[in-house]
Write a protein that binds this ligand. Structure first.
Ligand code: ATP
Ligand code: MG
Length: 141
C-alpha cells in the first residue's frame, strides 16, 4: 500500500499523469472517496498522461465515456447513480471491468464484486480544503 499526500489540485493531476506513463493495457483503476475529493481530477491527470487532449467530464447519462485518441484506450465510468451491482450489470457496464485498454471508475465501491483484471484500488480522503490523502494498492491479475 502506498500513501501520497496531495497538497494541491495540480499535485493530484500530476499523480494521475505519472501513473499514466506506466499503465499497461488491461488495468482497472478503482477510485473511492467522498463527493468533491478529487476523483475526476485524478482521471484528468490520467488522460493527460495518456496523451488525450479531449476535455474530460464525468459520464452522467452515458454512464461511460471512452477516449480512443491516447496511448491506450481509456474508459471512464462514474457509478454514483448506480446503487447496486445488479444495476451496474443491467446497464451493460460489466465488460469495462476487464478492459482491452484501461478503465478508471469513480465510486468503485458501488461495484461490490471482485475484478478479474489487474486492479489499482485507490482511496482518496479529504484532509483540508486543499490537502488530500491518496492511498493505493495494486492487485495483479
Ligand atoms: N489536493 C487536491 N486534490 C484534488 N482536488 C483538490 C485538491 N485540493 C482542492 N481540490 C479541489 O477539489 C475539487 C475536486 O473535484 P472533483 O470533481 O475532482 O471531485 P470528485 O471526487 O470527482 O467529485 P464527485 O464525487 O462529485 O465526482 C476540485 O474543485 C479541486 O480544485
Ligand atoms: Mg467526479
Amino acid at each position: 500500500m502506498v500513501t501520497v499526500i496531495s497538497h494541491s489540485p495540480q499535485a493530484t493531476l500530476q499523480l494521475g499523469e505519472s501513473w499514466a506513463k506506466e499503465l499497461e493495457p488491461g488495468w482497472v483503476i478503482g477510485l473511492t472517496g467522498d463527493l468533491g475529493v478529487g476523483k475526476t481530477l485524478l482521471v484528468k491527470g490520467l488522460a493527460a498522461g495518456l496523451g488525450i487532449a479531449a476535455p474530460i467530464q464525468s459520464p452522467s447519462f452515458a454512464l461511460v465515456n471512452q477516449y480512443l485518441e491516447g496511448r491506450l484506450p481509456l474508459y471512464h465510468l462514474d457509478l454514483y447513480r448506480l446503487e447496486t451491482h445488479a444495476q451496474i450489470v443491467s446497464a451493460g457496464l460489466e465488460e469495462y471491468f476487464h478492459p482491452r485498454g484501461v478503465t478508471v471508475v469513480e465510486w468503485m465501491e458501488r461495484w461490490q464484486d471482485s475484478v478479474s483484471a489487474s486492479l489499482r484500488q485507490v482511496r482518496m480522503e479529504y484532509m483540508s480544503e486543499t490537502i488530500r490523502r491518496i492511498t493505493y494498492e495494486d492487485f495483479r491479475a
